[in-house]
Design a protein around this ligand. Structure first.
Ligand code: FAD
Length: 609
């Protein structure tokens, strides 16, 4: 019989990115005994890749900025499908969470008069992103990690959670294994916070790190938690398409914020031709006006390269499809001809060094070739807007794995501040829930043994399939049939492919020992990846319109019917998934007026600023 070690916590946090670390800190501050589990090392989570900054209406660069403008920008960017209460909580609290990071030691870039500096990003009306060069995520993680360690967090590194454990409909812990040794671990916990990040690796071309296999969505859904808005996947417009050594790697929006422009093969700045009706009047209409904006003229409007990500990504697709793309299927992003080399190296150091080292490309001299890359998922585990509680008692979710804040499209910079606002709320609520659980609860040994047997099955299945080949099939098929542009026939075909892959994912074969065995890890990853892929495809089929990160070739326009609907993915008693259309929660009148303000002038009249 397989042995396992047992660890007991009040609160177990799964994930050590920004959301997980902030949740752990909050729960420890409430007096809970907290364990954090991460697939990689402390300080190595995907969050360290975040570059451009964290959005918060501090008003340091433009005093006119405040939470109401941020509220409107976030809802407008999200196609109004966001959970309004989450947006309100988020935009009100984000500035304090940034200042708190500074108190804990984060060294943000400064304005000339010594305040936290803020930069421009797509969809934000004012410079709003607090940043540390283009290494903001690294500083965020460093700061949170130092703080969590000071408070005495217990960390289980290189440990993958394979299943959540339940007792009488309530989450009571998790089963995992150590990736180095293959040893199984059972975590008994009164409350569990999922902070497992995104799912980019279900696609072939992605900016996401290896950890982003979407485990949290599947783990939650498999114990009955609802998922919401899963059709909305953000394809960041500027992933590198060439050279191959850097394919998929992100070029931060900060490059455009610092003056970089997008051009097609004819040398035309095509974004001027792609300003959607709802943004007309808010963006520069000529290159001359855009140039004045860059030089600091406050009467000029921002360049259309800073439109929201969904708009820019689709415009790039259009250029490529209509034959005006770059030689390798993208468009050109040029900062070299716009800013001096020293300025680029100072403001965008990681971009400069990364592409120089990995691709032998000098961005101070040459334009980059860029195109859309799978970057972020707006949807996620459905949570309460105040506590981040899911519909399953004892289970909380925060960060990219949670849904609701970003609606149909996330604004750049709105994730890092999401992590700290809602990570904190989740940690506090989980600790409070744990403190109330005075009665005894069981971890069912039979459940643990069954899951261990299931996890070891690929070692005892010599005729099974190669897990790497299955993974390749899954990612290629999701890219082709459920990628940036979708259509009913392909989505239905993808459901059939997934049904087939689901069976095959339970029939893989691996050899060797359990220590450091990537074949085994892949065999287990793929089971969860197929589950979450199915949720994405079902939701994408149900939304017969185009909005935000969901674009349908067969329904190219937004449809007023779907403007009022969120899609919720529910687990049926037989284990299958269903999509349920739910009306958006009613927004209070005074907030609705703010959200629907036509432009900043009308907004300032409404809020009296
Ligand atoms: P992550 O940081 O992804 O952490 C997830 C954690 O969960 C990891 O520790 C992982 O090991 C662990 N985990 C996952 N599954 C398991 C499992 N089964 N068992 C155990 N542990 C598990 N956003 C911004 O706001 N501003 C930016 O400038 C910005 N730049 C970005 C640049 C890039 C290149 C990318 C890819 C994203 C960027 N984003 C940015 C988005 C942002 O970085 C992410 O949305 C955010 O970091 C997610 O944080 P998280 O805490 O939810 O999860």
């Amino acid at each position: 019989m397989e042995s396992y070690t047992i660890h007991d916590y009040d609160v177990l946090v799964i994930g050590a990115g920004g959301a997980g670390l902030r949740a752990a800190i909050a729960a420890m501050e409430m007096g809970a005994k907290v364990g954090v589990v991460t697939k990689s090392l402390l300080g190595k989570a995907h969050t360290v890749m975040a570059e451009g900054g964290m959005a918060a209406a501090l008003g340091n660069v433009r005093p006119e900025d405040n939470w109401k403008v941020h509220f409107r920008d976030t809802l407008k960017g999200g196609g109004m499908l966001n959970n309004w209460k989450m947006v309100m909580n988020y935009t009100k609290e984000a500035p304090e969470r940034v200042r708190e990071l500074e108190r804990w030691g984060a060294v943000f870039d400064r304005t000339p008069d010594g305040k936290i500096n803020q930069r421009n990003f797509g969809g934000h009306s004012y410079p709003r992103l607090a940043h540390v060069g283009d290494r903001t995520g690294l500083e965020l993680i460093r700061t949170l990690q130092d703080h969590a360690v000071k408070l005495g967090v217990h960390a289980h590194m290189e440990t993958t959670i394979y299943r959540l454990l339940t007792d009488a409909g309530r989450v009571v812990g998790a089963l995992g294994f150590n990736r180095q040794t293959g040893e199984f671990l059972v975590f008994r916990a009164k409350a569990v916070v999922l902070a497992t990040g995104g799912l980019g690796r279900i696609y072939q071309i992605t900016s996401n790190s290896w950890e982003c296999t979407g485990d949290g969505f599947s783990l939650a859904s498999m114990v009955g938690a609802d998922l919401i808005d899963m059709e909305f996947i953000q394809f960041h417009p500027t992933g590198m398409v060439w050279p191959p050594s850097v394919m998929g790697i992100l070029v931060t929006e900060g490059v455009r914020g610092e003056g970089g422009v997008l051009k097609n093969s004819l040398g035309r700045r095509f974004m001027f031709d792609n300003i959607p009706e709802r943004y007309k009047g808010e963006f520069a209409e000529t290159e001359e006006e855009a140039e004045r904006w860059l030089q600091g003229d406050r009467s000029a409007r921002r360049p259309p390269e800073l439109l929201t990500r969904d708009v820019v990504a689709r415009a790039i697709r259009k250029e490529v499809n209509e034959g005006r793309g770059s030689p390798h299927g993208g468009v050109f992003l040029d900062i070299a001809s716009r800013r001096p080399a020293d300025y680029i190296k100072k403001k965008l150091p990681s971009m400069y060094h990364q592409f120089m080292k990995l691709g032998n490309l000098d961005i101070t001299k040459e334009p980059m070739e860029v195109g859309p890359t799978c970057h972020y998922v707006m949807g996620g585990v459905r949570v309460d807007p105040d506590t981040q509680a899911t519909n399953v008692p004892g289970l909380y979710a925060a960060g990219e794995v949670a849904g609701g804040l970003h609606g149909a499209n996330r604004l750049g910079g709105n994730s890092l501040s999401d992590l700290v606002v809602f990570g904190r709320r989740a940690g506090m609520a989980a600790a409070e829930y744990a403190a109330q659980q005075t009665g005894s609860f069981q971890v069912d040994e039979a459940q643990v043994r069954a899951y261990i047997a299931e996890a070891l099955q690929p070692f005892n299945n010599p005729q099974g399939e190669n897990p790497f080949a299955l993974m390749k099939e899954l990612r290629a098929s999701m890219q082709k049939n459920a990628g940036i542009m979708r259509e009913e026939g392909e989505l239905k075909a993808q459901l059939d492919i997934l049904a087939d892959l689901k069976k095959r994912a339970w029939n893989t074969s691996v050899s060797g020992s359990r220590a450091y065995n990537p074949g085994w890890h892949t065999a287990l990853d793929i089971r969860l990846m197929v589950e979450v892929s199915e949720a994405v495809v079902l939701a994408a089929l149900a939304r017969k319109e185009s909005r935000g990160g969901h674009a349908r070739l067969d329904y190219p326009d937004p449809d007023p019917h779907f403007a009022k609907i969120n899609h919720v993915i529910k687990r049926n008693p037989d284990g299958s998934l269903s999509v349920v259309a739910e009306p958006l929660p009613e927004m209070p009148e005074e907030l609705r007026k703010i959200a629907e303000a036509k432009d900043l002038k009308e907004l300032s009249e409404i809020v009296g600023a």
